[in-house]
Ligand binder design. Structure first.
Ligand SMILES: CC(C)(COP(=O)(O)OP(=O)(O)OC[C@H]1O[C@@H](n2cnc3c(N)ncnc32)[C@H](O)[C@@H]1OP(=O)(O)O)[C@@H](O)C(=O)NCCC(=O)NCCS
Length: 176
């Protein structure tokens, strides 16, 4: 099941962060708290039966930025990353986004393939974005052109309808 994250998920999200990323690449707790509390930001978690995945991003004007996506080691290659992406895409569409942008390390095969399989295309490269000579690929999903409301998240929802629920804001969270 995918649902909007709440502040009480912060501990589980930090555990995912520590499992998935090297210390130098990890986000801090205040960074995640910001994602959870800022009004134009949104975080979704997957529950199987505990939190085993998270995605977050924000929207400014009609451009949504996907900031992070992580699935626990034990749950990878089960379609959860794609479901989280669909949840974020659905929210972005509903919030008025015309496109979703993201940066991904060019050597991150799993994430790059996930985004490509969803329809993201490469639109740029940021040299040494992550330091140590690791470049970022800038990727984009143009919602209006390649993913009208009849496709994109709805297309993915058809694939994972039984697990794709609870996408309205949690009590106390503001829709933007
Ligand atoms: C990237 C990540 C979120 C993918 O999550 P996932 O739940 O395993 O992904 P899915 O099972 O939904 O895979 C969807 C598609 O992505 C691609 N994919 C996922 N993992 C892959 C891998 N290791 N190698 C190649 N392609 C991969 C495939 O096309 C896959 O479709 P398929 O299984 O039908 O072949 C996960 O590997 C992860 O948490 N990585 C560490 C954190 C990270 O690097 N996040 C991105 C930067 S913030």
């Amino acid at each position: 099941m995918i649902r909007p994250a709440q502040r009480t998920d912060l501990g589980s999200i930090m555990a995912l962060e520590q499992e998935a990323f090297e210390p130098t690449q990890r986000w801090s707790e205040p960074s995640w708290l910001g994602e959870l509390t800022q009004p134009n930001h949104r975080v979704f978690v997957s529950i199987n039966p505990d939190v085993d995945g998270v995605v977050c991003g924000h929207i400014v004007a009609n451009v949504a930025d996907l900031n992070r996506i992580t699935v626990a080691n034990r749950s990878r290659r089960n379609g959860i990353g794609r479901e989280l992406l669909a949840a974020f895409c659905d929210w972005a569409l509903g919030a008025g986004a015309a496109k979703i942008m993201l940066e991904v390390a060019c050597d991150n095969v799993a994430a790059g393939e996930l985004y490509r399989s969803y329809g993201f295309i490469n639109v740029g490269l940021r040299a040494n974005y992550y330091g140590c000579g690791i470049d970022a690929c800038v990727m984009q999903l143009a919602l209006e052109v390649s993913a009208p409301s009849s496709s994109c998240a709805l297309r993915l929802r058809a694939v994972s309808q039984d697990r794709y629920t609870g996408l309205r804001p949690a009590p106390g969270q503001r829709e933007v």
